[in-house]
Ligand binder design. Structure first.
Ligand code: NAD
Length: 500
């Protein structure tokens, strides 16, 4: 019998009431392993109602109470790393070690949430006028929602809800319908940690569930991570409905390799960052820009390394790269490689024919490497989200930077060089939210915020770090006077209040 993943509402499992289900596939075999309940408007309303009821108490709870639960949750998450990684591998397909890495990076945000008291510390100015003090405090918003993508089914929800609930909000998560199990496991662990019912809820589903969250009057803020077209839609729709929104979108991350770079280190980095998780990372390097004469040698070093990557089921410890999420996505990724030569690219490696013995129905694709890619090629212009690396050539540093800055995306970017002056210039001149200097995937640590520029983020706030705390709270400034009994009465004064 097919396993069913249900919603998590009010601290317990809630069976889907509509009879509408999505199918979850094991990408390594192509077999449907799980059905996932799709929420109706009424079911989303039930989750928001549970969150709203829980907020009455949670929003008033002390920092000490909230963080003590988060410390317990952190310990449970740590103890269940393997189990969560197994759920991710079974539904997403990424290899177990990579899934463990995702859980580890999610844990960093729980660490931050455990210490949220430092970030929520207010400000006080005394005696701003005679016997007048002013304090600034930040308070929770109420019910907030998160809508997350398939490629990090544990980490991306963990970017959001630990901070949100640490700040005193209650949360409704709509995870990807393609790999929903990790989100429910996180709900179970939160309950085991002692989180009151209704503070964290999960509804599964598609556009019906998302649209209801975007319009629900009790949802005060929406955090979204996913593709650019949907991020733009979420930002526009939720903003029009009066909500605070942060919507992180897709990417085309470039790595600029200067002629003085350590080419072996650059090739190692390019291969790791392009093909890790089969390229299904928003911070994957998908375009290398080789400056000056290094192009041929760099492409050769990348090819040598890429050919050795072991592709197979994520459950096999020997596998370094797993399959793609769906058959449809696999075919779309292949289409970019199939059309590359006609668009003027040199196809150095073509992974489209790859399959794994005994797993012929899995969503397999091998490694593809395209050289001398023109900026007009679809393989360059689109976010492919698969194991396809484009190499472009630039004569100079300036030409390379101009090329990168012309991209509509601005998530992450990296420079490989031994020249500190060039690296410093790059940091200041490049139009992207996250920059790596000899670091190919510059995902910031939890206490620095994560976010892109341009079509990679809609909204003013990056996610987690100080921006996360700011996003999930609103400011209040209190001006206080305690007159001395000896003071003469101030009397009526219709003039605008001045400080003296
Ligand atoms: P997606 O945009 O298809 O889906 C993301 C979420 O939106 C899912 O929960 C999905 O159910 C929902 N959704 C999909 N279509 C919708 C619609 N028409 N209306 C309302 N909701 C809808 O993204 P995905 O394929 O799951 O994830 C991959 C994408 O996410 C890539 O583009 C990747 O770059 C991006 N991503 C970005 C970041 C980042 O931090 N910038 C991180 C991870 C992934």
């Amino acid at each position: 019998m097919t396993h069913i993943v249900n919603h998590w509402i009010g601290g317990k499992t809630a069976e889907g009431a509509t009879g509408t289900y999505g199918q979850v596939t094991d990408p390594a075999t192509g077999a449907v392993t799980t059905k996932v309940a799709f929420a109706s408007v009424d079911e989303v309303d039930a989750a928001v109602a549970a969150a709203r009821e829980a907020y009455v108490t949670w929003g008033q709870s002390s920092l000490a109470q909230r963080t003590s639960i988060l410390f317990k949750f952190r310990a449970l998450l740590d103890a269940h790393r393997d189990e969560i990684a197994e759920l991710i591998t079974a539904e997403h397909g990424k290899v177990h070690s990579d899934a463990l890495g995702e859980v580890a990076r999610g844990l960093e945000i729980v660490d931050l949430a455990c210490g949220i008291s430092v970030q929520l510390k207010g400000e006080l100015s005394t005696q701003v006028a005679t016997r007048v003090d002013v304090s600034s405090i930040r308070q929770p918003l109420g019910v907030v929602a998160g809508i997350t993508p398939f490629n990090f089914p544990a980490m991306v929800p963990l970017w959001m809800f630990p901070i949100a609930i640490a700040c005193g909000n209650t949360f409704v998560l709509k995870p990807s319908e393609k790999d929903p199990s990790a989100a429910v496991k996180l709900g179970e662990l939160l309950a085991e940690a002692g989180l009151p019912d209704g503070v964290f809820n999960v509804v599964h589903g598609d556009k019906v569930a998302v649209d209801r969250l975007l319009e629900h009057p009790d949802v005060k803020a929406v955090s979204f991570v996913g593709s650019t077209p949907i991020a733009r839609y979420i930002h526009t729709t939720a903003s029009a409905n009066g909500k605070r929104v942060q919507a992180l979108g897709g990417a085309k991350n470039h790595m600029l390799v200067l002629p003085d770079a350590d080419l072996d280190a650059a090739a190692d980095a390019a291969v790791s960052a392009a093909y890790g998780s089969a390229g299904e990372r928003c911070m994957a390097i998908s375009a290398v820009v080789a400056v000056g004469a290094v192009g041929d040698a760099l492409v050769e070093k990348i090819r040598e390394r890429a050919e050795k990557i072991k592709i197979g089921p994520g459950t096999d410890p020997a596998s370094e790269m797993g399959p793609l999420i769906t058959k449809a996505h696999r075919d779309k990724v292949a289409s970019y490689v199939e059309g590359a030569a006609a668009e003027g690219c040199e196809v150095v490696l073509d992974g489209t024919g790859y399959t794994v013995d005994g797993h012929e129905d899995g969503h397999w694709i091998g490694i593809s490497l395209l050289d001398r890619v023109p900026t007009t090629a679809k393989a360059y212009q689109d976010e492919i989200f698969g194991p396809v690396l484009c190499v472009l050539r630039a004569e100079t540093y300036e030409e390379g930077v101009a090329l990168i800055n012309a991209s509509p995306f601005g998530n992450g970017t990296a420079i490989f060089t031994r020249d500190g002056g060039a690296a410093r210039r790059f940091q200041l001149e490049i139009e992207a939210g996250m920059v790596g200097v000899n670091v190919p995937i510059p995902v910031p640590v939890g206490y620095h915020s994560f976010g892109g520029w341009k079509d990679s983020l809609f909204g003013d706030h990056h996610i987690y770090g100080n921006d996360g705390t700011h996003f999930y709270t609103r400011g209040k400034v209190v001006t206080t006077r305690w007159p001395d009994p000896a003071d003469a009465p101030a009397g009526v004064d219709l003039g605008f209040p001045r400080n003296h």
